[in-house]
Design a protein around this ligand. Sequence first.
Ligand code: SAH
Length: 265
Amino acid sequence: MSTGRVWLVGGGPGDPELITVKGLRLLERADVIVVDRLAPRALLDELPRVLGGETLVVDVGKQPGHHPVRQSEINALIVEHALAGRDVVRLKGGDPFVLGRGGEEVAACVEAGVPVEVVPGVTSAVSVPAAAGIPLTHRGVARGFTVLSGHDDVSGLLGGVPGGPEHTVVLLMAIAGLAHTAWALVEGGRPADTPVAIVEDGFGPRQRTTLATLGTVAQVAAEAGVRNPAVVVVGDVVTLAPEWVGEVAGGQSMWTPERARATAI
Ligand code: SAH
């Protein structure tokens, strides 16, 4: 019996159409699919081999604060199935290598001598702001962006993050620590009036954009009852959001709310 293979497939930000063609083809012929909470699960219900019971689906979904399956157990599970000769797709939310612990899963496979490949995905860091009409870069407004985890204290990281107005900061897993992170960004030199957008449930039924500034975001988020999953965007590009009222950075508005509605597909 030959060893099975493992593919770490980026499932994209939740919309089942935002997976790659390669990722979908691999899902269609997998023996085992190990799936995360934020992966596009709706896709699985349409796969003939899943419906026919030929593909085993294992759910290792994590809720923030509750970790039903530990990372070490996930690694062991993937390796065991592959060593038993099964082809495994590890379906992850967004991109496997963006704050998704994909590297640890690759390492576990390599250590066990299991062939492994990473199939990139559309990361929520870029696509969820896009779903809310916010480009992370825009001529004359921002020339680059940094993606950080808001789960850990960002204070120590900010020395390496460009602090000027022309740089966007994107925070994932940032809701629980939002007050502290916003404070750390101000301490790190960003003006308290820097615009902030919180985009909840990108591409989902609860998608919502909440706008604030670094100085007000903790209170605004608490009042709005902002929940996970959410992507937080910090920087002048937030003024390009259709909901933004007030001065638009660079003076080049992409759309007014009316225009956004009129041009929506
Ligand atoms: N590897 C993933 C990120 C995993 S960390 C990626 O590339 O997208 C999980 C965090 O991603 C969540 O806490 C949230 O900040 C963000 N996230 C993922 N999907 C999201 C969605 N549909 N809407 C809003 N945030 C999302």
